[in-house]
Design a protein around this ligand. Structure first.
Ligand code: SIN
Length: 300
């Protein structure tokens, strides 16, 4: 029998609070929020956005005009921010805004202005290789390529809900080591030893199923596939279980793919949504600014 996926959550039809309209982008994840200027958000509007974020996991705001300070101020409404990862030379990408990361393929004067280049980024949860990953990320589009570079999101709640019962029970009982050695485009992080043995390589361990601290819902929490390891199992048994969990998770029917326009801001809940990015023409420019909201407690 096909696994049954819970219906009725998130809301399936557009809904409205005052001037704010929330339009679902797909059945399980994503909603476009209309009628807000993120530069001038009132406390009442923020409360609506926060509720919509918990319900829809990913929010899209079109046609925003955000400076670096504006994006930082909006992101801080959700909590303290993580410092952005440093560039290859150990320096912040934007020294005046150390909490802002640049995601870009652009090279200026021989220096990459940001991270992740133009290749595909595989499904992942941001920084789940750390003991306390960020609870959310906000990505704002400054320049986008004419095609490609779409970002996909999938619901880890729906992934959990849709697991066959036997697999759900196995997932409930295990913890997974989330690999730290590769970034989401498959590049080796140069300050870490390559993962010669997944049982001992660098990473953080989290339960495969965790309870979202604000919604109380159960979510599958997989991180990245490559070099993942189910602790305590033989490598062969770990690979087999991970293959089953990943096949049950990376399904088109629980995902939504966003095609970017300049001025889009997308905010995702990193505790219950995974994301990936399509490759794009390396000769085209894509420049995005990303902020990350600190996690408030360990996922385990
Ligand atoms: C990311 O994985 O944080 C970046 C996604 C993107 O470039 O669309």
């Amino acid at each position: 029998m096909e696994p049954q996926i819970e219906t009725g959550y998130p809301p399936k039809a557009p809904w409205r609070v005052g001037d704010i309209e929330i339009v679902p982008c797909s059945e399980h994840i994503g909603a476009e929020v209309r009628g807000v200027d993120l530069n001038a958000l009132t406390d009442e509007q923020f409360a609506v956005l926060h509720d919509a974020w918990l319900k829809h996991l990913v929010l899209l705001f079109r046609d925003q005009r955000l400076s670096e300070s504006g994006q930082l101020a909006f992101s801080r409404r959700f909590g303290d921010l993580d410092l952005a990862p440093k560039d290859q030379n150990g320096r912040p990408e934007l020294p005046d805004f150390p909490e802002m990361a640049v995601i870009s393929n652009v090279v200026e004067n021989g220096r990459a202005i940001g991270a992740l280049g133009s290749s595909e980024a595989v499904w992942h949860i941001d920084m789940s290789y750390n003991p306390i990953p960020p609870k959310g990320s906000a990505l704002y589009a400054l320049e986008v390529p004419p095609s490609g570079g779409d970002t996909g999101f999938l619901s880890c709640y729906a992934a959990y809900d849709g697991l066959p019962e036997a697999l759900k029970r196995r997932a409930e009982g295990v913890t997974i080591k989330h690999d730290a050695t590769l970034n989401s485009t498959g590049q080796q992080r140069t300050h870490l030893e390559p993962a010669h043995d997944v049982r001992t390589s660098a990473g953080a361990v989290h339960p495969a199923v965790h309870i979202h601290p604000e919604t109380g819902r159960r979510a599958l929490y997989l991180g990245r596939r490559t070099n993942g390891y189910v602790t305590g199992l033989s490598v062969a048994d770990s690979e087999a279980l991970l293959d089953e969990l990943w096949a049950a998770t990376t399904r088109d029917d629980i995902a939504w793919h966003h095609q970017w326009r300049v001025g889009d801001l997308v905010l995702w809940d990193n505790r219950c949504a995974m994301h990936r990015r399509d490759a794009f023409d390396p000769g085209a420019r894509r420049v995005m600014h990303r902020t990350q909201i600190k996690g408030t407690k360990p996922c385990n």
